[in-house]
Design a protein around this ligand. Structure first.
Ligand code: SF4
Length: 227
């Protein structure tokens, strides 16, 4: 594998500038036991220095030598995470009512549907971070994500425009009591809107919250049918 191909394959050069991290996709942050066993065996075989759960809910095998990368992928036999800058796009999701006693909606099922429908989010130049929580405890931090969802007994609360980082932003709620189909449809429309705005000269690469601070949320609400 040529070195320039490694990022496209998902391998990320580490601080030592010699070894790589190989991130494995963990949809919803969960994995079955056979996969966990295989990952551990591969990590041991190729002497990974450590395993790290990343902020974007992947599992990284850290400290893999360049010459072993191809074999690691072969032995893992898991889908390769397409190359993208770290933490540019991700869906952070809490366990929801599948596992958490407080969960009021099935966050993992919703995240799976969202991922199948839209992820990776093509042609959005700016960051897009999504947080999906199963109750107001907000363990997936939906209020500081570009797009946040909170599951309550009556349905989903939909929030837009949050961000962390240098200039943190709190997301604004644009709809409540959505069923999963409505929330998914609205998510698609928001991503479409964001893609268009993030490509415009005036708002190129802006986070959604910065765009909405300039443009307001009325148009987005109209597009989503929430006006
Ligand atoms: S946000 Fe609520 S449902 Fe999700 S993990 Fe936290 S407490 Fe549980």
């Amino acid at each position: 594998m040529a070195r320039e191909d490694l990022p496209a394959k998902g391998a990320i050069l580490q601080r030592d500038e010699e070894t790589y991290a190989i991130p494995i996709d963990l949809p919803g942050g969960v994995m079955d036991l056979p996969s966990a066993r295989r990952i551990a065996e591969v990590a041991q075989k190729y002497q990974a220095r450590t395993l790290k759960i990343t902020g974007d809910a992947r599992l990284a095998l850290i400290g893999i030598r360049e010459q072993d990368i191809g074999n690691v992928y072969t032995d893992l036999d898991l889908p390769i995470q397409p190359g993208m800058a770290l933490c540019q796009q991700y869906i952070k999701v809490c366990p929801g009512n599948a596992f958490c006693i407080r969960g009021q909606q099935d966050t993992l099922a919703f995240a799976r549907r969202l991922k199948e429908a839209f992820y990776p989010f093509p042609k959005i130049a700016a960051k897009i971070k999504i947080g999906i929580s199963g109750c107001f405890n907000s363990c997936a931090e939906p209020a500081i994500k570009d797009l946040g969802l909170i599951g309550l007994t009556k349905g989903w609360v939909l929030m837009v425009g949050g961000a962390g980082g240098k200039e943190p932003l709190i997301a604004r709620t644009i709809a409540r009591d959505l069923d999963a189909d409505q929330a998914l449809a609205a998510t698609g429309k928001i991503l479409h809107y964001y893609r268009g705005m993030a490509a415009r000269h005036q708002t190129r690469n802006f986070r959604l919250g910065t765009i909405l601070a300039k443009e307001g949320t009325e148009r987005l609400r109209r597009i989503c049918g929430f006006a």
